[in-house]
Design a protein around this ligand. Structure first.
Ligand SMILES: [Zn+2]
Length: 404
């Protein structure tokens, strides 16, 4: 994969194969051209048509040959944990106190992410602020990586689930904590509304960790500071509570009901179903510490239920974002994304629908003007072999990633 960082002082002409995006699907069938000026798309034309009147013709023109490749907007992962590598939780945790090993881990995660054409990620937070520090490193150009949105650390109820994700914050300290987060420049607020899903007992999920009044105070406090809210909510009750409080995105949402999805569609909140952290455990053999027969059945039923609700969400018009929870056990940065997309396919979603979720919806959730290939939009693009509209697995072979 070749990463091309566009020079704002140059014009570009891309000779491409088919062009597709998250809103219209196929824009150009066959060969095309994309003209880029000052980091933005100036025109998209069919193959034979190679002339274009750039506004400033004195600029150097760079020609990129992407002939035969399908060009589409970048993939977006709406839920990752850059502080964790998905291989060994305890080992990654130990690295948090060791600057060089954690720097190496994060660098390799960022490379794996870019390699797959994932050019923007939203971090789910960590107590040590590693995700946030990584965002700073990438923004200042010290590290090559995708665009990163970070909440810093997650807000959680003291003494309950999620010690590695964030700090326990007493409700009377909420205003000053939110002020600190806002002043440090976080992009969003992450809140842990419930415990986690059980792998041992079907349908069991950790308890609600906030009352409605407490969660309302958090969401309103975030709003007052112009920060969107990402809510870890693992049960139907937690999803309902989060939606009532007006969160922007619901993470996980295992066992949510049709009514919750209807409420989500009506409120315009997005859902990030994160199936792969559950499904990945099925890849681990029992002799290597993987699930026994009983646990396997629970995992399979939980995955099947989540896939059925994904399909339901699409039919109800819910905005679905793709999130992997990369860093969770068994979910690696980059490769976990394709596994999540394969699960969406298993849920019965058409490739065009999956591409919309992975590109346009993800960009919308992260507040990026990506996902649509038309004049005036930032020229954030990837080029792949094959046509993902025919087979979503074509997204496996990303040849170029272009960032404005
Ligand atoms: Zn997470």
């Amino acid at each position: 994969m070749m990463l091309i960082k566009l020079d704002i002082n140059k014009n570009y002409i891309l000779k491409t194969g088919p062009v597709l995006d998250g809103s219209q699907g196929c824009i150009i069938n066959g060969a095309g051209n994309i003209f880029i000026e000052a980091g933005r798309i100036a025109a998209v034309t069919p193959g034979g048509d190679t002339g274009f009147p750039f506004t400033d013709p004195r600029r150097e023109i760079v020609h990129l040959d992407l002939e035969g490749l399908t060009v589409l907007p970048p993939l977006v992962d709406c839920h990752v944990h850059l502080a964790l590598d998905g291989k060994d939780f305890a080992a990654a945790r130990k690295r948090w106190e060791q600057p060089e090993p954690i720097a190496r881990q994060v660098q390799s995660e960022l490379a794996d992410t870019l390699e797959r054409g994932i050019l923007a990620v939203r971090d789910g937070g960590d107590r040590a602020g590693i995700g946030f520090a990584t965002r700073e490193q990438v923004t200042t150009g010290n590290l090559a990586g995708p665009v990163i949105r970070s909440p810093g650390f997650a807000l959680r109820q003291p003494g309950t689930y999620g010690a590695f994700l964030g700090r326990g914050v007493e409700m009377d300290k909420l205003p000053e904590t939110l002020d600190q987060l806002a002043q440090s420049g976080v992009n969003l607020v992450k809140v842990i509304v419930s415990g986690v899903v059980s792998f041992k007992e079907y349908g069991r999920v950790g308890p609600l960790l906030y009352t409605a009044a407490e969660l309302n105070a958090i969401v309103q406090g975030a709003r007052a500071r112009r920060l969107p809210v990402m809510a870890h909510a693992s049960s139907d009750a937690a999803v309902r509570l989060a939606l009532e409080a007006g969160v922007d995105t619901v993470e996980h949402g295992y066992f949510l009901s049709r009514e919750a999805l209807q409420q989500m569609a009506a409120k315009g909140s997005a859902w990030i179903p994160t199936v792969i952290p559950v499904a990945a455990r099925l890849n681990c053999r029992s002799e290597n510490g993987g699930p026994d027969r009983q646990e396997r059945l629970v995992l399979e039923r939980t995955v099947a239920r989540q896939l059925a609700m994904i399909s339901e969400a699409i039919s109800l018009g819910v905005t679905l974002g793709v999130g992997t929870d990369a860093g969770a056990t068994g979910v690696e940065h980059g490769s976990g994304y394709l596994e999540e997309l394969a699960l969406y396919r298993r849920a019965g979603l058409a490739p065009a629908e999956i591409i919309r979720c992975a590109t346009l919806n993800g960009a919308h959730i992260l507040g990026l003007d990506w996902g649509v290939i038309k004049p005036g939009r930032p020229a954030a693009l990837i080029a792949v072999t094959g046509n993902p509209l025919a087979d979503i697995a074509a997204l496996e072979t990303v040849k170029y990633a272009i960032l404005p």
